[in-house]
Design a protein around this ligand. Structure first.
Ligand SMILES: [Zn+2]
Length: 607
């Protein structure tokens, strides 16, 4: 029969000749036939590039102007004839052409929806062609399981074969394909896997795609797969986070090493690698004085100039604070952190990159904040000598001391040479002041432990005097309060003085009732209930704080004016301790915040 008579055949024959359903080139039944123009002969689309003489029809040898898709009527007719032939068992699904490359395209074709919600492209497996592929594979084990072999012959006649992917492997490589496989999956009593009526052969089940065997893919539900995919993405995100953190840690530790190698350790100025600049001193002075709003104003005024802002924040300067402590080689942030001024640090943080913030803190706490706190504990001033001198003092000595007779900053040479126990009370007080000032000024970072220890010693003294009745006129306790506690208070950084002036009772929750709320920090140096300022210290170096009085840090007792008689410091002690602990906690948080924020985001990802 001539192939030119297709139209005639459909009209007069009950059954198509099988030849009419068969591609003359590939000798398989048509799946996606294309028609030659002008002669009208059909070949399978896949056969176009396998023609011996391209450009000529393989049936009639006429030249072909173009190959076009079969008209739909033709295609439907072929399709129904094919179904009929299969149902009559004249042919089988095995004989239908299966084009693996075409199938890959169909499986990979995703649904596309435009801006208006209109579907411009349907998911490949849901298109008519996709559905025909599925029917074919559900009925043809060969097409489902067999890997296509492509033979190519080179010019010198050597034949190379390349093995492609089987249909089941292609299907199992996408979530949609796996979803379809699961939908059509049937496992019989003997444990065989079926895709529709087609057995999925054991060798196919063992194929690995996307990290799992096909059997494993089919043993899980689509929901499980989605869950696993999400989990995997989370893990990948975490791995990326970890990589970033590791890189940052490495950079920080390199900076530490650089910092240490420049000999900046041992209380020497931090920031060996930083630029010292006179220009920052006015702003650094505001930091030292706890003048947060003036520091903020200064930063705001240069905010538009990134270079100027960066210089202001990363250069170091030299100033003195209210207690004559020299602040040098420190940036604004470092000076604030060294003073324990957490609010100032938090304000500065808004103008700095997290890296710069962390780096600067790491420079002043090179061994970490915990090690620094341990060092501070170990380095707490020893009040034993001055306590012993006060306890041993005679009433006359006490009166002289309370009236500041002979109170000096500089000790006479003869007194300087004496051991502690040979000093008079006045000399012992002079030595205490000299040693404490020296000790305190040698610390680049303010150590709040001195004041806490002084309170402890004061409490112990109070209790002992109560027990043995050795201080009925309160003069020993009064002296310790005014001139030991008070003297240590002269060395407080501005932010502590501000908190004491406002009253720790209003800032720190200890045992206040449930209606208590903390006041906002007002940064005033003027004492709440007394008409004078904590700082600056009086011009006369032997008067005021540390000579005539100490400051009640907790402001608990209405009758406890600053100059009044000392009372048990228990509450004061607890408030101060709590205050310092809160500051330390906040400082630890600041130092770790950079990494903490990373860690928190990690935990959120995992949760
Ligand atoms: Zn032809």
């Amino acid at each position: 029969m001539s192939r030119g008579e297709l139209a005639v055949q459909t009209e007069d024959s009950e059954n198509f000749d099988l030849d009419l359903l068969t591609c003359p080139v590939l000798l398989t039944l048509f799946f996606e036939p294309v028609m030659a123009v002008p002669c009208g002969h059909l070949i399978e689309e896949d056969a176009k590039n396998k023609l011996e003489t391209p450009g000529r029809c393989p049936c009639c040898r006429e030249s072909v102007l173009s190959w076009i898709q079969c008209p739909p009527t033709f295609r439907n007719m072929l399709q129904s004839e094919l179904q009929k032939a299969i149902s009559e068992r004249r042919v089988s699904y095995h004989d239908i052409h299966f084009n693996s490359d075409h199938f890959v395209k169909i499986v990979g074709q995703k649904r596309i929806v435009d801006d208006k919600g209109k579907v411009t492209q349907e998911e490949g497996l849901k298109t008519p062609t996709g559905l025909r592929f599925i029917t074919l594979l559900e009925n043809a084990p060969k097409h489902l399981n067999q890997k296509p072999v492509t033979r190519t012959e080179s010019a010198d006649g050597t034949v190379t074969e390349s093995v492609g992917k089987s249909a089941i492997e292609i299907l199992s490589s996408t979530p949609q394909g796996r979803g379809l496989l699961r939908k059509k999956l049937h496992i019989d009593v003997s444990g065989k896997f079926f895709f529709g009526r087609t057995e999925i052969l054991p060798t196919s089940l063992m194929i690995q795609t996307n990290g799992k065997s096909i059997r494993e893919w089919l043993s899980m539900t689509t929901a499980m797969e989605k869950f696993e995919k999400d989990a995997l993405e989370r893990i990948e995100a975490i791995t990326e986070e970890e990589r970033i953190i590791t890189a940052q840690k490495e950079r920080l530790s390199n900076q530490f090493r650089l910092f240490l190698s420049r000999g900046a350790q041992g209380g020497a100025a931090a920031g060996g690698s930083r630029m010292h600049s006179e220009a920052i001193n006015p702003v650094l002075q505001h930091v030292a004085y706890g003048e947060e709003s003036r520091v903020r104003d200064a930063l705001e005024s240069v905010k538009r100039d990134p270079a100027q802002l960066a210089a202001l924040l990363s250069d170091t300067g030299t100033v003195k604070d209210y207690s004559d402590r020299i602040i040098t080689g420190m940036t604004l942030l470092q000076a604030a952190a060294a003073a324990g001024d957490i609010d100032m640090c938090l304000m500065l943080k808004n103008y700095m990159s997290p890296e710069e913030f962390a780096t600067q803190l790491a420079e002043i706490f090179p061994n970490g904040i915990e090690a620094h706190e341990t060092d501070q504990q170990r380095n707490t001033f020893n009040f034993d000598a001055i306590l012993a001198a006060i306890r041993a003092a005679t009433p006359a000595d006490l009166d002289a001391a309370l009236n500041k007779i002979g109170a000096e900053f500089t000790q006479s040479d003869s007194a300087r040479a004496k051991p502690d126990h040979e000093l008079s009370l006045i000399e012992a007080l002079n030595r205490f002041r000299e040693q404490f000032a020296q000790h305190s000024h040698s610390e680049k970072i303010f150590n709040p432990q001195h004041l806490l220890r002084a309170f402890e010693v004061y409490n112990a003294l109070w209790n002992q005097c109560e027990r043995d009745g050795s201080d009925r006129d309160y003069k020993k306790r009064d002296l310790f309060w005014r001139q030991i506690i008070g003297y240590t208070q002269r060395f407080m950084p501005a932010c502590y003085a501000q908190a004491f002036a406002q009253g720790l009772y209003y800032l720190v929750k200890v045992d206040q009732d449930a209606s208590w709320r903390p006041e906002p920090v007002n940064r005033a140096l003027k004492l709440k209930h007394d008409n004078f300022s904590y700082f600056p210290l009086p011009v006369d170096p032997r008067s005021g704080l540390g000579f005539d009085f100490a400051i009640y840090v907790a402001d608990l007792l209405p009758w406890a004016g600053v100059q009044g008689r000392s009372g048990p410091a228990r509450a004061v002690d607890i408030f101060s301790k709590t205050f310092v602990e809160q500051k330390q906690q906040a400082c630890r948080t600041l130092c770790r915040e950079f990494e903490c924020s990373r860690a928190t985001s990690l935990m959120n990802v995992v949760a």
